[in-house]
Design a protein around this ligand. Structure first.
Ligand SMILES: [Zn+2]
Length: 295
């Protein structure tokens, strides 16, 4: 059984072993905010038990983005009347794909994680019902928690959750510890660095940042990862201008070639102007052979 650990005043993090994903609980007498809900009904059931070990107050849920490992536990965790907040782009993604996504994910994950795949296939996608544009404030029984959309990056609808009275910032998958940032076919590698720069302005010098995956980190860690995100952005822009191949640019990435192939392809597709070496078959949206699984 995985449990929560208090990392700041009434801010608890559960680091769930499958995909090393984080769930954060922010409590106040009378209400509790749950940020992200894991991947399957079974995982969310474990999460509900762990929450009840800390509080039995009514829940408010936030999804940092639309990827399954952050929101597929919604239906299990959220009883009737429990609000679920997410960015409007994340809501649109989930609404449009709610019918097909569990089966698509089952097929994608079956070879590497058969138990996870079986759980994904059975999920009923519960679409968030509280939409966030640029910013919203959630009142957690008198404790104000801010939800910010600071730009695109890991996805088009990333939310940063800021708990100012505890100096804690929840980055979702805009920041990753223990593995390279996850560049998928819905990521924005050329915009990601600016989004993290905007997030850093929320983080006090002694603040704690909870990444979507891995251990909580400090400001210096996020600054260093921001440098790396910016370095890859620069390599993509320069490579595009020089007509360099995707593989050549990915091989120079600070995150390594395998983790960067999709980033370079996505970046090349979005740089204004025509890449000299452009061939449509290089730019397909499908998975890249050998690329790291997206989460
Ligand atoms: Zn993600």
């Amino acid at each position: 059984m995985t449990g929560f650990r208090e990392i700041a005043d009434r801010v608890y993090v559960m680091r769930y072993p499958v995909l090393d994903v984080n769930v954060t609980l922010v409590t106040s007498p009378g209400a509790a905010l749950v940020v992200d809900t894991l991947s399957t009904a079974a995982q969310a059931g474990e999460l509900a038990d762990a929450i009840r070990g800390i509080t039995r107050d009514p829940l408010i849920i936030v999804n940092t983005h639309h990827h399954f490992d952050h929101c597929f536990g919604n239906a299990t965790l959220a009883g009737a009347g429990v609000p679920i907040w997410a960015h409007e782009d994340a809501v649109r993604e989930l609404r449009e794909r709610a019918g097909s996504l569990p089966q698509d994910l089952y097929e994608r994950w079956l070879p590497s994680e058969p138990e996870l795949a079986a759980g994904l296939a059975e999920v009923t996608v519960r679409v968030p019902d509280r939409l966030v544009g640029a910013r919203a404030t959630v009142d957690v029984a008198g404790r104000a928690v801010a939800l910010h959309h600071l730009g695109r990056g890991h996805t088009g609808g990333d939310l940063v959750v800021h708990v100012p009275d505890a100096g804690v910032t929840l980055a979702g998958d805009l920041v990753e510890q223990g593995a390279p940032p996850s560049y998928g076919d819905d990521s924005y590698p050329l915009e990601w660095p600016d989004t993290v720069a905007a997030m850093l302005r929320l983080v006090p010098p002694d603040g704690i940042v909870v990444p979507g995956h891995g251990a909580p980190v400090d400001r210096a860690f996020v600054r260093a990862q921001h440098e790396q995100l910016g370095e890859l952005e620069r390599l993509i822009r320069e490579g595009h201008a020089d007509g360099a191949g995707v593989l050549d640019v990915a091989a120079r990435s600070p995150f390594g070639a395998e983790a960067s192939l999709t980033a370079v392809r996505r970046g090349y597709a979005s740089v204004p102007g025509r890449w000299p070496g452009f061939r449509p078959c290089d730019m397909g949206a499908g998975p890249v052979a050998g690329a790291a699984p997206v989460r």
